[in-house]
Design a protein around this ligand. Structure first.
Ligand SMILES: Cc1cc2nc3c(=O)[nH]c(=O)nc-3n(C[C@H](O)[C@H](O)[C@H](O)COP(=O)(O)OP(=O)(O)OC[C@H]3O[C@@H](n4cnc5c(N)ncnc54)[C@H](O)[C@@H]3O)c2cc1C
Length: 352
């Protein structure tokens, strides 16, 4: 028999939601996570994470139970003359970014959710929540799950770009859309690939397009492109097909390689949106991609999702709306630090 009355309901069990649930449960709070996928989700492919991601999780790479690749740094490649650029990350963030880790994304997300469960959170899988399933009354949130209703005094929206909590309570207030990024990626067996282990291609055919080939933990290669946009970006603008042709031309992959024969994933992600973090009474919070926390440096959103989940759990335990979140996220967003140095403060988080 599942518990129905909680301190916190978290909608979405990705890195943000599972981290929020784990850290909140560790502080003695009763947490329920409502996640739409099943035991073995197949949603996203890449998971490039950094040293500071482990720090934010309070875990060590050795704690991870599955295979994981750990190159010492990215290889940055210019497309014009195929020159490898020096790895600048250690200079930009000498204390933070020494290694990059590539676990399998699904394994990583499932592991984080299991840690939340182990810590005491109740996890309901195969549970799709729509904005209309959420109501507020008598000082509590009521979320309909099939024939049952779960209630909690605090609600956390952690369900990514189309988060139902965001759509229910924040959409109008936040002035969407902000900036978005569109990504497509194909995941193929390593045996089909003959290129560099970890390569990033900036400005592929277009200044705003970023492309990559990474070997990840479970013997797979990830090949993808992303385009950043302040307006509408179409799939065509991502130049994914052209990048596949480029990889074939370089003999990285066989000439008869067809992306449709392999698992592909992708999506549109909100970033640097001036997203709200909490309602004025701190009873409802938005974290991770739902809050537009994706960074525009190498499509890295897992770290900030995890950190925002953790800070949100601390804020709920303390009973405040976490006004210091932006400042505390800063040391982890190196591009944000540079941007702020050049152009002043960017209010990507504000309270409503
Ligand atoms: C192709 C691709 C590659 C990427 N590669 C990287 C990378 O290498 N490194 C990196 O740091 N970032 C990467 N990102 C970004 C990263 O995936 C996100 O920033 C990160 O997953 C955000 O975590 P989150 O928990 O906020 O959201 P999500 O990971 O999107 O988790 C949201 C969760 O909510 C669930 N959910 C959604 N809707 C509902 C609903 N209505 N009801 C219940 N549950 C729901 C989803 O199933 C999901 O489990 C990539 C993104 C894409 C699309």
């Amino acid at each position: 028999m599942s518990r129905l009355d909680h301190d916190i309901i978290v909608v979405g069990g990705g890195p943000a939601g599972s981290s929020c649930a784990r850290f909140a449960a560790q502080q003695g709070l009763d947490v329920a996570v409502l996640e739409r996928t099943g035991q073995r989700p197949t949603k996203r492919t890449s998971a490039g994470i950094f040293d500071h991601t482990w720090h934010a999780m309070s875990l060590k790479p050795d704690d991870y139970p599955h295979a994981m690749r750990t190159p010492h740094a990215f290889e940055f490649t210019t497309l014009k003359d195929r020159k490898r650029l020096p790895d600048v990350l250690p200079f930009l963030t000498p204390r933070l970014q020494r290694h990059v880790y590539f676990p399998n994304r699904d394994e990583f997300d499932v592991w984080l959710l299991k840690l939340a469960q182990k810590g005491g959170a109740q996890v309901l899988l195969d549970t799709m929540i729509r904005p209309g399933d959420i109501e507020r009354g008598d000082g509590r949130y009521h979320v309909r799950v099939g024939s049952e209703t779960h209630t909690a005094r605090v609600l956390v929206g952690a369900a990514g770009t189309r988060c139902p909590v965001y759509r229910r309570y924040f959409e109008e207030a936040s002035g969407w859309p902000g900036k978005t990024m569109l990504l497509t990626e194909v995941e193929a067996p390593e045996s089909e690939y003959n290129g560099p282990s970890w390569a990033s291609y900036f400005g592929f055919k277009d200044k705003s397009v970023f492309a990559w080939t990474y070997l990840v933990g479970d013997g797979k290669v990830h090949i993808g492109t992303a385009a950043m946009s302040t307006g509408r970006t179409s799939k065509k603008d991502m130049r994914f097909d052209e990048f596949i042709q480029f990889a074939k031309g370089e003999n990285y992959i066989a000439p008869d390689f067809e992306p449709k024969d392999h698992h592909t994933s992708g999506g549109s992600i909100r970033m640097f949106a001036p997203a709200p973090m909490s309602t004025a009474d701190a009873s409802c919070h938005i974290i991770g991609d739902a809050a537009g926390l994706l960074q525009n440096d190498a499509y890295n959103g897992i770290s900030s999702a995890i950190l925002s989940g953790r800070l949100c759990a601390d804020a709920i335990a303390r009973g405040d709306a976490n006004p210091k979140l932006r400042r505390r996220l800063h040391p982890y967003l190196f591009q944000d630090v540079l941007r702020d140095m050049m152009s002043g403060t960017l209010p990507f988080l504000r309270r409503v």
